[in-house]
Design a protein around this ligand. Structure first.
Ligand code: ADP
Ligand code: MG
Length: 734
């Protein structure tokens, strides 16, 4: 008997070999029959790329789109590209993607890959997601903040005839094998569809290159390079996947690998003479997509591929042909730092479960080996059993504002899969109150409803809205855009910008010394040249305001005849600047739309024009104010009173003695706490705002967070507060 579906099947040969293929009919049935479904299967079994295609072909798009969410933007883009290719359609038509500031969909798009953040924004505009027939939450085991919130929101999915839906929304939740029972219980005991798949044994080795002492520092980068080279010279054919932490570490490791691999004498060193060259490929989030494509292509004969990746290769992307894993044991993770009261990207040891997931990547198609650079002691003493979900370790400000705007008043009893600590929720409410996004009763204000429209951190949004109220958004928009893209400054020595050339050359001509010599020789001179150029750019912006410097670079480049050449001449990443231009346009569009609202604030400005930008910034960064305390040290004013220093990359570095009050954009914690992107301010600009930082009582907030508060109750608290203040004053006096 032939299946009618089969004849119209256009899936390529490769996808028919995936474990999921055998189960497609049952899987489609399970989705059709259930409103909620949990799907689990080994990484690489075909869940992300195949399931949406199956559902599409089975006609589940008749009533709306299929949306699939990913925690990482690169994964959303890469997978959409792959699927459009498999389906033989051009990207952006039937198959498209949407990530923050990059929408590659049209009205024809029926299969839409998107970040979980984008889906959350869509729910804000349409609570019942009328455009969708199926929503697939992917990579749920990653437990990203946005995915966790989506889970809670979709748990109460709108049913037939509700909110203008004709059919109930179907929700599929996909996860690597972990925690599927918990998910099923959370979604009202929904069925779990497990895709059987085979994996091969992976030999796990502890290599003792680092121990608990190396928990901090960057010894792991060198160790990883050594390990990868050992694997390359000693092991039989098969590709290597190295897990590192972030872009700069990856590029550093690739440079080192490249240099060392080039000096291997293959006549003597390699046991397996079928492998001679090493093709070194970096893989991280902000990489250009054309470079990412290379990752998936098989290496030429006689060459071993070595992919040096962030955690993105642990579950989101599967690279075929990997037989060896080199595990650094570390990951870059956003954590709330209670010392400075901000979210900070930290390098931390991975969890044991994460380490097992990493190792598993070597056993997909044949037996493999996992080389852990750390020792057993590190495993036991430094690595936790499981990774703590993001919702339990980062600031919840944006998410809580979103929930409030969706009408979820009780943000404490919201159905969280894992409840965040109450103090994190209270912190978020406090921040929102300080920014005037919610009032003392916990209700969203007019400003809060405007703020939620921007895919930016709340402080930056508030500064932008202030500038718009004053009618001078043209100064803040570029700054906001520049702060939303990856680092724009080229600093040679930190990494090379043109990695493709180097990797390709490595493949083809391992022994072209002249090329290498040329690249390496010029380095110190180039470093100096870049530094001088950046200093000149800072001087042109007055030399004492990093935000203004960003604005000047943006404007100068946009006004130049040849912006890409201008960037190159000034040691600026053209790709980053180009995205800043696009981000600025998109922010401007949002602002334009909001300005049509009758309740959009309008104010007049008293003061000099040169102060305008800084005063607007104060409206958003008064939570990040510091005052010089002694020498080069500053003290923060948010109640934490932490000591911070200006980072050497700032144009204000070295001018500390002349400074008094400053605001800063972000913080970097190494042996010291550094602040980056800094500008000086006058105390009277923040004087009126600073008391807000200490005004609200956490007791009030925890009540506000739970239930609607009546006016009488509010008055009662107010009385209590006044009485308490009185008591404190009396105590102080006596
Ligand atoms: P899962 O979601 O179950 O982890 P995927 O659907 O992501 O599995 O991957 C299925 C297969 O598709 C894997 O073998 C992977 O290597 C391949 N694949 C995915 N994306 C690409 C791509 N961009 N290029 C080539 N192969 C890809
Ligand atoms: Mg997947």
């Amino acid at each position: 008997m032939t299946n009618p579906e089969e004849s119209s099947w256009t899936g390529d040969v490769e996808s028919k070999l995936l474990p999921i293929y055998q189960h497609r009919h049952k899987l489609i049935e399970a989705v059709k029959e259930n409103q909620f479904l949990v799907v689990t299967g080994e990484t690489g079994s075909g869940k992300t790329t195949q399931l949406p295609q199956y559902l599409y072909k089975a006609g589940l798009c008749r009533d709306g789109k299929i949306g699939l969410t990913q925690p990482r933007r690169v994964a959303a883009i890469t997978v959409a590209q792959r699927v459009s290719q498999e389906m033989g359609v051009s990207l952006g038509h039937q198959v498209g993607y949407q990530v923050r500031f990059d929408d590659c969909t049209t009205k024809d798009t029926l299969v839409k890959y998107m970040t979980d953040g984008c889906m959350l924004r869509e729910i804000l505009t349409d609570r019942s997601l009328r455009q969708y027939s199926v929503v697939i939450l992917d990579e749920v085991h990653e437990r990203s903040l946005n995915t966790d919130i989506l889970l809670g929101l979709l748990k109460k999915t709108p049913s037939r005839g509700c909110h203008g839906r004709t059919l109930p929304l179907k929700v599929v939740v996909m996860s690597a094998t972990l925690e599927t029972d918990k998910l099923s219980v959370f979604l009202g005991d929904c069925p779990v569809f497990a895709i059987p798949g085979r994996t091969y044994p992976v030999k796990e080795l502890f290599c003792n290159l680092i121990g608990p002492k190396e928990k901090e520092g960057s010894a792991y980068v060198k160790a990883v390079v050594k390990m990868a080279l050992d694997v390359h010279t000693n092991e039989a054919a098969g590709d290597i996947l190295v897990f590192l932490t972030g872009q700069s570490e990856i590029e550093k490791a690739c440079d080192m690998l490249f240099e060392k691999a080039e000096s291997i004498d293959y006549r003597y060193d390699v046991n397996d003479r079928t492998v001679e060259g090493l093709l070194i490929l970096p893989l991280y989030g902000s990489m250009p997509t054309d470079q990412q494509k290379q990752i998936f292509q098989p290496a030429p004969a006689g060459v071993r591929k070595c992919v040096v990746a962030t955690n993105i290769a642990a579950t989101s992307l599967t690279i075929n042909g990997v037989r060896y894993i080199v595990d650094s044991g570390f990951v870059k993770q956003l954590n709330h730092n209670s010392r400075v009261g901000l979210d900070i990207l930290d390098v931390v040891p991975i969890s044991k479960s994460e380490a097992q997931q990493r190792a598993g990547r070597a056993g997909r198609t044949s037996p493999g080996k996992c080389f852990r650079i750390y020792n057993k002691e590190f495993w036991e003493k430094c690595m936790p059993e499981y990774t703590v979900p993001e919702i339990q370790r980062t600031s919840l400000t944006s998410v809580i504002l979103t929930l409030k705007c969706l009408g979820v008043h009780d943000v404490i009893r919201f159905p969280y899969l894992d409840h965040p600590e109450e103090r994190f929720i209270l912190d978020a409410l406090k921040k929102l109150y300080q920014f005037d996004a919610i009032d003392r009763k916990g209700n969203v204000t007019t400003l809060g409803r405007l703020m939620v429209e921007f895919p930016l951190p709340p402080g930056l949004t508030r500064a932008l809205l202030k500038s718009a109220a004053l009618g001078c958004e043209e100064v803040m928009l570029p700054v906001a855009a520049m702060l939303s893209v990856e680092n724009i400054f080229i600093r040679p020595g930190c990494h090379f910008s043109n990695r493709t050339v180097i990797t390709v050359i490595t493949t083809i001509l391992i022994t072209v010394h002249t090329f290498l010599y040329f690249v390496h020789k010029g380095l110190p001179e180039k470093q100096k040249e870049a530094e001088i150029m950046h200093r000149e750019l800072a001087a042109r912006a007055g030399g004492s305001n990093d935000f203004l410097m960003l604005l000047c670079i943006f404007e100068k480049c946009r006004a130049s005849e040849n912006p890409s050449a201008w960037s190159k001449d000034h040691w600026i990443h053209w790709r980053a600047l180009k995205s800043a231009f696009s981000v600025e346009t998109q922010l401007k569009e949002i602002l334009f739309r909001l300005k049509q609202r009758k309740d959009f604030p309008q104010e007049t400005f008293k003061g000099s024009k040169s102060e305008l930008l800084r005063q607007c910034l104060c409206q958003g960064y008064f939570t990040n104010v510091a005052r010089r305390s002694f020498g080069k040290a500053f003290c923060t004013m948010d109640g934490h009173g932490s000591t911070v220093h200006i980072h050497p990359s700032s144009s204000l570095f070295g001018q500390e003695a002349q400074l008094d009050w400053i605001i800063f954009h972000d913080v970097l914690v190494t042996s010291r706490v550094y602040v980056r992107t800094v500008c000086p301010i006058r105390y009277d600009w923040v004087e009126g705002l600073l008391p807000k930082l200490h005004e609200i009582d956490v007791y009030d907030l925890s009540n506000v967070a739970r239930e609607e508060v009546t006016d009488e109750e509010m008055a009662r608290w107010e009385k209590k507060r006044v009485a308490q203040k009185q008591m404190e004053t009396n105590e102080d006096a006596s």
